[in-house]
Design a protein around this ligand. Structure first.
Ligand code: ADP
Length: 361
């Protein structure tokens, strides 16, 4: 049985805005799942529908096999952590965390035990009697987490959990959050528009655009095997060529004809020749050679080096091709230093078909 299931969930707001359509998802117990996508794609609406703060207009939501679609938020086994944490500023940490238990009518001895335990776990015991509004961003984030966890939910829902923190703190809290989630074994579902956060934290990412699910994959597959043109353009730094599907007899491979010649990548067998498609090549899959090498072949484009730069341990080459945006090549600095490619040089870019993906457009 899944911890959480969304079956064809949809939301049309009263003003007629379709925010979410045909959303299907099944989450295992203990999974850490991210909803990732540009602003307005329906992430928060979906999270709020799971929490019960927003009604659904079609489909069903199941938690541990039980249909909760018509249950009010208080009666669902979920906790939600809001982006601004929604703490009571004048109350101390202890009272903030205890509040949800009081509302649920949990008796005083049990409240004391549970609050003490969760504050201990989150390293908040020493500041239990400090006012919430006198604390740092990281501490406030932890209090919000403690408040969500103290009611022992089946599923913790987090809205942009790291959004209010600066970059350094974000990295620290990100690690803590991940460790905590694994230790507790509670299912976490969170919303973010930050790719690094989604890919760094979660077991699986649901990429959304325009109210629809584009792809549900583990972070690695999202990088290496985008399944839709949107994902290929949104995740990582893929070079994309457009073309027409050509016959291909290699199993698991697909070929397209492009203005830059024939290109081959991993692709579905049942892809009909003649249709429009794209090929997506991760920026670190491109190999750079001097002009004229190799003379012909598939997966080969020729261009002129526009810029060459090194930032930290990553080297980046931008290569101009006629009639399209420059192509970006990224490589570890060790390999980059040996490249015989200066600004203005003609270079040949090639790549292994196994590292590129053909996607029907
Ligand atoms: P995200 O969290 O991905 O930024 P939202 O779920 O907030 O996206 O919004 C999805 C769509 O629904 C957007 O077009 C947004 O303008 C619209 N929307 C959100 N809340 C409401 C509301 N209360 N009434 C009408 N439209 C809304």
């Amino acid at each position: 049985m899944h911890d959480l299931e969304l079956i064809q969930v949809g939301k049309v707001y009263d003003d007629g805005t379709t925010a979410v359509s045909n959303f299907d998802l099944a989450v295992e117990k203990g999974e850490f799942v991210a909803f990732l996508g540009p602003s307005g794609c329906g992430k928060t609406t979906t999270l709020r529908m799971i929490a019960g703060f927003e009604t659904i207009t079609s489909g069903d939501i199941l938690i541990k096999g039980r249909n909760v679609s018509n249950l009010s938020a208080e009666r669902r086994p979920t906790s939600m952590i809001f982006q601004n944490y929604a703490l009571f500023p004048h109350m101390d940490v202890w009272k903030n965390v205890e509040y949800g238990l009081s509302v649920k009518g949990v008796g005083a001895p049990e409240r004391k035990r549970r609050v003490g335990q969760i504050l201990e776990k989150l390293g908040l015991t020493d500041i239990a009697h400090h006012r919430a509004d006198r604390l740092s961003g990281g501490q406030r984030q932890r209090i919000a987490l403690a408040r969500g966890l103290v009611v022992e939910p089946d599923i913790l829902l987090l809205d942009e959990p790291l959004g209010a923190l600066d970059a350094n703190l974000r990295r620290i809290i990100q690690n803590e959050l991940k460790l905590l989630q694994k230790e507790l074994g509670i299912t976490f579902v969170f919303v973010t528009h930050a790719q690094s956060e989604a890919l760094g934290l979660s077991d699986r990412v649901v990429v959304m655009s325009n109210g629809r699910v584009e792809q549900i994959s583990d972070p690695r597959d999202l990088y290496t095997r985008p399944q839709t043109p949107f994902v290929a353009g949104f995740i990582g730094a893929n070079t994309i060529f457009e073309g027409t599907i050509a016959p291909c007899d290699r199993a698991g491979a697909a070929r397209i004809d492009t203005p830059f010649g024939p290109m081959e990548g991993v692709g579905p067998r049942a892809i009909a020749p003649g249709g429009k498609a794209i090929i997506a090549i991760p920026s670190d899959a491109l190999d750079v050679h001097p002009a004229g090498f190799p003379a012909t072949g598939r997966n080969r484009v020729e261009g002129t080096v526009l810029t060459r730069e090194i930032v930290g341990h990553i080297g980046t080459l931008r290569v101009a091709l006629p009639g399209r945006r420059p192509v970006q090549v990224e490589s570890h600095v060790e390999r980059f230093r040996d490249l015989e490619a200066r600004e203005g040089d003609t270079v040949v870019l090639t790549w292994d078909p196994a590292r590129s993906t053909v996607i029907a457009a």
